[in-house]
Write a protein that binds this ligand. Structure first.
Ligand code: B12
Ligand code: SF4
Length: 466
């Protein structure tokens, strides 16, 4: 049984307003009961299958709500069942991304019909408030921390507003340490990936036109105190043993502030951490950064290379990606035994068969350990969505998993796009290619991921992406 992490004591509730909420909650005879739900999407791709990461978003909601309410967290991805009958609960709160929005809306409708308070939060309701408000009592815009006091008070008093949106974002230094017991105590906790989600920073000022982060957080970049992050990691190291505690940063772009990032890396090297993160290339071409990252226990970095086509890179506004730095970045990381999960997207207007060949050559020549391919998906609320809306083939949210053909690119027929997309994946994950990319590298989960991808890509057919 997991204990609660009580070492990280900073909390949003420990303010005057927070104290009055605790008082208000205590005055109520029965604590209100919350059911928090992580729905499973219906995608057939490898997104919600196998071992999934603990839902840090809902854990954060549970951590706040648990101070005032009785909270149960269920995760449909691990096999937990969403009840038909919500009579045991007062509040049904669901986290929603576009790919599971239809499922979340069905849950919301059912709970509303049973006269429950229904709260929808997460990136999709944030971007599609009007649509989401048809399936709930209240929509929470963006992070729960910035609106929590208002939301909690209204739930206690039964005076719900249709939308909770903060005028300004709270500094992240005050972010409550997540209480993982909500996930770890679940009956299906063994289905969670052993990598523990951790968050040090939020936001990303890069501003890619297809990404929701700049829309939700603007150009802001906030971070937690490094000691709080390290303290949280040490809590897990003590709980599991240093060897078993591996961490996955959920940050949008952990490396954006070089000074903060290098201090965090130095801190992690002191506590002997093992970690991976999403990172942009902004200063990874400097060998000293990769060197500290290696020393700090980084096992894998996930990098959005996105494209090898300079026109495509330009069109997506991803200034951090300089083609001339790609191989240097890879080389720096490899020299420090850091594996690379490389993300590549296709389907842009400037893509042609050449884009596929260039990507294949880059991956094979640079021995990228774990390439991941997706089809560009204009997510609602992004500038890209507005631009592409007249050309989008469907608005069935179940297909917004980045593995569906969304629109016909200008320089390539859809059929050709999908043929090349499938061919590239099969080529990169065929036995010989895996050997070429992975030979001599440590026999660990990255190898295993390659073997799984080998089996998965064998079965791919262009029609699956329609
Ligand atoms: C880390 C990450 C991943 C990780 C871990 C995912 C996971 N299980 O959480 C991995 C790599 C596995 C992943 C996979 C995918 N991801 Co991802 N991911 C992220 C990233 C960078 C951070 C998410 C995170 O955990 N943040 C930290 C938590 C604490 O913050 P949060 O999620 O924003 O939650 C806060 C608020 O939203 C709010 N909130 C959230 N839920 C609720 C619920 C209630 C009731 C309330 C009140 C409040 C509330 O309060 C929370 C606490 O502050 C986001 C970008 C982003 N900033 O959102 C993309 C992002 C969520 N991913 C995205 C996508 C597309 C995917 C994939 C489809 C990619 C793929 N093809 O595999 C899959 C889908 C996985 C899935 N089943 O959802 C998109 C989703 C776009 C959309 N409109 O849905 C995002 C937004 C990036 C983007 N392109 O814009 N992802
Ligand atoms: S660098 Fe990553 S997180 Fe930042 S805007 Fe671009 S896609 Fe989004």
């Amino acid at each position: 049984m997991a204990e609660k992490n009580t070492r990280n004591t900073e909390t949003t509730l420990h303010t005057d307003l927070g104290a009055s909420l605790i008082q208000l909650a205590a005055e109520k005879k029965n604590k209100k009961k919350w059911l928090l739900i992580q729905p499973k999407s219906s995608t057939s791709m490898m997104v919600d299958s196998g071992s999934v990461s603990m839902p840090l978003n809902l854990i954060m909601v549970a951590t706040l709500a648990g101070e005032l309410f009785d909270v149960t967290l269920i995760d449909e991805r691990t096999g937990d069942q969403v009840p038909e009958d919500f009579s045991a609960y007062d509040v049904v709160a669901v986290t929603v991304r576009t790919l599971n929005a239809s499922k979340a809306y069905r849950i919301g409708d059912r709970a509303l019909a049973q006269k429950k308070i229904v709260v929808l939060g997460g990136v999709h309701p944030t971007m599609m408030q009007e649509e989401a408000s048809g399936h709930c009592t209240s929509v929470v815009y963006g992070e729960v921390e910035s609106v929590w006091n208002d939301l909690a008070r209204d739930i206690l008093q039964g005076t719900m507003k249709p939308l909770y949106r903060a005028d300004e974002l709270q500094p992240m230094t005050a972010m409550q340490g997540p209480d993982f017991s909500y996930a770890l105590n679940s009956g299906n906790a063994d289905k969670y990936s052993s990598r523990i989600p951790v968050l040090a920073t939020k936001g990303c000022p890069v501003g890619c036109n297809f990404c929701t982060t700049p829309t939700i957080y603007g150009k802001s970049y906030r971070y937690r105190e490094i000691d709080l992050v390290l303290d949280e990691m040490q809590y897990h190291q003590e709980r599991l043993g240093k060897k078993k505690a591996t961490f996955s940063f959920m940050d949008d772009n952990i490396s954006f502030r070089p000074q903060y990032f290098t201090e965090l890396l130095e801190g992690m090297s002191r506590i002997d951490a093992r970690w991976n993160a999403n990172i942009s290339m902004n200063f990874l071409h400097k060998p000293e950064v990769a060197e500290i990252a290696g020393r700090s226990g980084c096992e894998l970095m996930s990098i959005g290379f996105e494209s090898l086509n300079p026109d495509t890179l330009k069109s997506m506004n991803k200034g951090a990606n300089r083609l001339q730095n790609y191989s240097t970045v890879v080389d720096n990381l490899h020299r420090n035994d850091i594996a690379i999960q490389g993300y590549f997207m296709f389907g842009f207007d400037d893509d042609s068969e050449k884009s596929f060949q260039a990507t294949y050559d880059f991956i094979m020549q640079n021995r990228i350990e774990f390439p991941v391919f997706s089809l560009v998906t204009p997510f609602p609320g992004t500038p890209y969505y507005e631009e592409m809306k007249p050309r989008i083939r469907h608005f069935d949210w179940d297909k917004y998993d980045t593995y569906h053909f969304m629109f016909e690119p200008r320089k390539m027929q859809g059929e050709k796009l999908l043929d090349n997309f499938v061919k590239l994946q099969k080529e990169v994950y065929k036995g010989m290619s895996i050997m070429k990319r992975m030979q001599g590298k440590p026999l660990n989960w990255v190898w295993l991921a390659n073997l799984k991808m080998h089996a998965f890509t064998r079965k791919l057919k262009p029609g699956m992406y329609l």
